[in-house]
Write a protein that binds this ligand. Structure first.
Ligand code: BGC
Length: 522
């Protein structure tokens, strides 16, 4: 939705809402003939997020073990777009107190962070626990609690201990046990003060990019097999940690535990084409359903099962490239998440496309669709990223209808945000937050999607996987040339603070056209 300009778009001010959805795949804008006074209820969670490898730095301090990202980027220094790594990053290992102050400034009640598995278990296994790692997270978590900020802790945000990567990483069935052991250590160490856990961050991005392609470390490129093995064992590891928490820790710690899945919204390129609609559905099943269905319904979606089984057979494999769950595993998986953690950034237009576009075998080839983004969608910072706010509402509805309602749980949006090339006057980010949060309000109020909270990605500019420091997602700017990694609020930090404070979206606030902004100096 671009060109909101002339219309008075203060959500709070106007009643009588009417909404005309975008025609799929065209640039026809959303039309507003008035806006509702929807607000975020008092118990709606507002948070900000980071992840361990992207911020901590101190990669070898205090006896920390190497993660596979450390090892991979040291071996392949030119891997990232700017040849960088996260050896120092925002140096949050040393600056964590300042991070907490920034979260306080925003008024955000929750902080989503991840633990570095090799900082706690330097060898990956639980026979040796690092005192320094233990202390670091205890200090950070206590600092948050002192500031009245609820920690939402992710156990695995991609930085696998390298010794476990050497054993095959998530292609190794033993990883399920090692993850359970790690989870037990962590629940014992911090379960007294951490009440919201997620096991894995975005297994799809991790398995697809890292095991099926070369886009992320460990860049195995074991396409067609590696991404499915990774998917399978990550799902089982998640479920095992869930059952462990449920049985041994929940009765005394009384927390919630879930998983964070990610999805692009898949829009049929031509909404009136059945093939394109089928292609969009295939994409959602192969990328989101493959994780969500086992967790919320017990097994892989029939569509995925049949598609990979048939393709495998045609390609001469005796057994399917996608492993099978036993009945016992199905039971362990089913209902293994107390909420649906959803990360969403962008949307794609989908149409079926012939196999010659993809390596064979591969998850892409199995999916059989081509992705593009509409030329009218703005692209503020990266090739993969364009702005299509309506896709967010559609995705929230898809998740709600397929998984959330049936399980009587709620959605927590665990990541959403915009990437650009930097700068303190980040109007594109401001517009993005307003529009995406507005779509969330529509989903919540008009479509009755049960959404409990929203976590902005990210608190500050961080190391960005394959892009290094070239693209920025932060509410705070970080000066990566200063030894202190000086942090400065961007305009978007002020906007987020205002939304959290007022529980409303005021489209005039910090809009470049707004006279109020003109007098607002940084
Ligand atoms: C990840 C983050 C990442 C963000 C932006 C998500 O896929 O969880 O670690 O920085 O997207 O690319």
């Amino acid at each position: 939705m671009r060109g909101k300009s002339g219309v008075a778009l203060s959500v709070a001010a106007l009643a009588c809402f009417s909404f005309l959805s975008t025609v799929a795949g065209t640039s026809e804008p959303l039309m507003y003939t008035g806006l509702s006074n929807y607000t975020f209820p008092d118990d709606f969670i507002f948070g900000v997020a980071t992840s361990a490898y992207q911020v901590e730095g101190a990669w070898n301090v205090g006896g920390k073990g190497e993660s596979m990202w450390d090892t991979y980027l040291h071996k392949h220094p030119n891997y990232t777009a700017d040849g960088s790594n996260a050896d120092i990053a925002t140096d949050s290992y040393h600056n964590y107190k300042e991070d907490v102050k920034m979260i306080q400034y925003l008024g955000s009640s929750h902080y989503r962070l991840s633990l570095s598995w090799p900082r706690i278990l330097p060898k990956g296994t639980d026979n040796y626990i690092s005192e320094d790692g233990k202390r670091y997270y205890r200090n950070l978590l206590e600092e948050l609690i002192k500031a009245n900020i609820t920690p939402m802790v992710t156990l695995f945000h991609w930085d696998l201990p390298n010794p476990l990567m050497d054993l095959g990483g998530w292609t190794n069935p033993k990883m399920v046990d090692y993850f359970e052991d790690y989870a037990r250590v962590v629940f014992e160490l911090y379960g007294d003060i951490v009440k919201v856990w997620t096991t894995m961050n975005e297994p799809h991005q991790h398995c697809y990019n890292g095991y099926g392609t070369t886009y992320f470390a460990p860049a195995l490129n074991a396409h067609g097999i590696g991404e499915y093995l990774c998917t399978h064992y990550i799902l089982l590891a998640h479920a095992k940690a869930y059952r462990l928490y449920d049985k041994e820790f929940r009765p005394k710690q009384h927390g919630q535990l879930g998983i964070t899945l990610d999805a692009f919204w898949a829009e049929p390129k031509n909404a009136s084409s059945q093939e394109d609609r089928d292609g969009a559905e295939a994409y959602l099943q192969m990328h989101l359903g493959i994780y969500a269905h086992p967790i919320f319904s017990g097994n892989y979606p029939d569509f995925v099962r049949q598609r990979v089984d048939n393709m495998s057979l045609q390609q001469g494999f005796t057994r399917s490239r996608l492993p099978y769950f036993s009945q016992e595993e199905v039971e362990m998986l089913k209902g293994s998440s107390d909420f649906f953690g959803l990360n969403h950034y962008t949307s794609y237009l989908m149409s079926p496309c012939a196999g010659e576009n993809y390596q064979k075998p591969s998850m892409d080839d199995d999916t059989g669709v081509c992705l593009e983004q509409h030329p009218s969608w703005t692209k503020p910072g990266a090739d993969w990223f364009s702005v299509y706010p309506e896709g967010f509402r559609k995705l929230l509805n898809f998740v709600n209808n397929n998984y959330v309602q049936k399980n009587n749980i709620s959605i927590i949006v665990t990541e959403n945000g915009l990437c650009d090339h930097g700068g303190l006057k980040d109007y594109e980010r401001i517009a993005y937050y307003k529009k995406y949060l507005y779509q969330l309000l529509l989903a919540k109020n008009l479509d009755n999607v049960n959404i409990q909270g929203y976590v902005a990605w990210t608190l500050m500019d961080v190391f960005e996987w394959s892009d290094g420091y070239k693209t920025k997602f932060g509410l705070f700017h970080v000066d990566f040339n200063s030894p202190e990694r000086t942090r400065t609020p961007k305009l978007s930090a002020k906007l987020y603070k205002e939304i959290v404070r007022t529980r409303q979206i005021d489209f005039d606030y910090l809009s470049p056209e707004s006279s109020r902004y003109q007098s607002n100096k940084l």
